[in-house]
Design a protein around this ligand. Structure first.
Ligand code: 3HC
Length: 289
């Protein structure tokens, strides 16, 4: 594997998952997270997930310990200086991401590859801000990262084909199937998934079908592991609203990107889904109550 040392910036749900699969694949991983509480919670999540995989015999106890030993934690970007690949998974704020990559551009070795796990922003804007667009790529993982088998490799105009190949090889090394995706809203998966989730909400909003019937329809009728409303709760109503509001602002004439009123009001009321314990369903930790 050409990429031996990986930096992950941000240790929330996605960052911790990306760090976990990178370490499990044999890379040294430096996790950079400014908020101590988020860092500690992220590491508890990584440890919990690895132990769960051991209990399910998907990992041996030795592999679990070896994986944990490959991590280091930091609150300083300077500690990412000698990483071969730095993956950003901070909160979805374009200006914050651009400023992070501008700083990393001055800190990391010139041959390092930069990647963003953004689900909603144009890769090209961050690539330009980094000062090394030819070594910048989108690497979009799916939640829960340790279990979902896909990664989207997002190609923008300025990236070199060598970096695309290295990103694809990294995706494979961390146990994912990599698909090539365009630098357009939602790339491939969210471009199809988000309109589906929103249409499910609109059906419920209009009173056409109940929450339960929409979900049963798509699980039993189409074989989806979770119905769209459950998945919306699982991903987070706020996350989905945030994605679609960004697209709506950029493409106001596209009716697929129109945020449903009920989604806005639920988020305003703090009903965010799994993370707040209440969305369209009630949640008890990671399970629907
Ligand atoms: N690490 C290790 N184990 C985990 C885990 C993790 N992170 N998350 C869940 N598990 C375990 C559970 O604890 C459970 O163990 P148990 O059997 O001992 O209770 C086991 O995996 C199976 O989980 P569930 O019982 O919850 O049952 P499922 O069979 O439904 O599997 C699932 C869970 C893989 C999440 C499946 O429901 C699924 O594929 N759902 C769809 C998820 C999806 O679509 N994700 C993409 C969202 S979109 C996205 O991420 C893009 C972003 O940009 C918005």
């Amino acid at each position: 594997m050409a990429i031996q040392k990986v930096g992950v910036v941000g240790c929330g749900l996605m960052g911790s998952g990306i760090a976990q699969v990178s370490a499990a694949a044999g890379s040294q991983v430096v996790v950079c997270e400014l908020a101590t509480e988020v860092l500690e919670k992220g590491f508890a999540r990584i440890e919990g997930s690895l132990r769960k995989l051991v209990s399910k015999e998907k990992l041996t106890a030795t592999q679990c310990e070896e994986t944990l030993a490959r991590f280091s934690k930091t609150q300083k970007l300077e500690d990412l200086a000698d990483c071969d690949l730095v993956i950003e998974a901070i909160t979805e704020n374009l200006e914050a991401k651009k400023s992070l990559f501008a700083s990393l551009g001055g800190i990391c070795k010139p041959e390092a590859i930069f990647a963003s796990n953004t689900s909603s922003f144009p890769i090209e804007e961050m690539a330009t801000a980094s000062g090394r667009p030819e070594r910048f790529v989108g690497l979009h993982f799916f939640n829960p990262v340790p279990l979902m088998k896909l990664v989207e490799v997002i190609r923008h105009e300025g990236v070199s084909s060598e970096v695309i190949e290295e990103a694809r090889a990294f995706g494979k090394a961390v146990g994912k199937v990599a698909i090539l995706a365009p630098d357009t809203p939602g790339f491939v998966v969210n471009r199809l998934l988000v309109p589906l989730l929103l249409e499910a909400v609109r059906m419920v909003e209009r009173g056409d079908a109940t929450v339960e019937d929409v979900d049963t329809g798509m699980t039993l009728g189409c074989g989806h592991p979770m119905g769209p409303i459950t998945l919306l709760d699982y991903v987070g109503l706020d996350t989905t609203l945030f994605i679609v509001e960004g697209w709506h602002a950029r493409y106001p004439d596209n009716p697929l990107f129109e945020p449903p009123a009920v989604l806005r009001s639920m988020v305003k009321d703090g009903k965010l889904g799994r993370k707040s314990g209440q969305g369209f369903y009630r949640w008890d930790g990671d399970k629907r109550a």
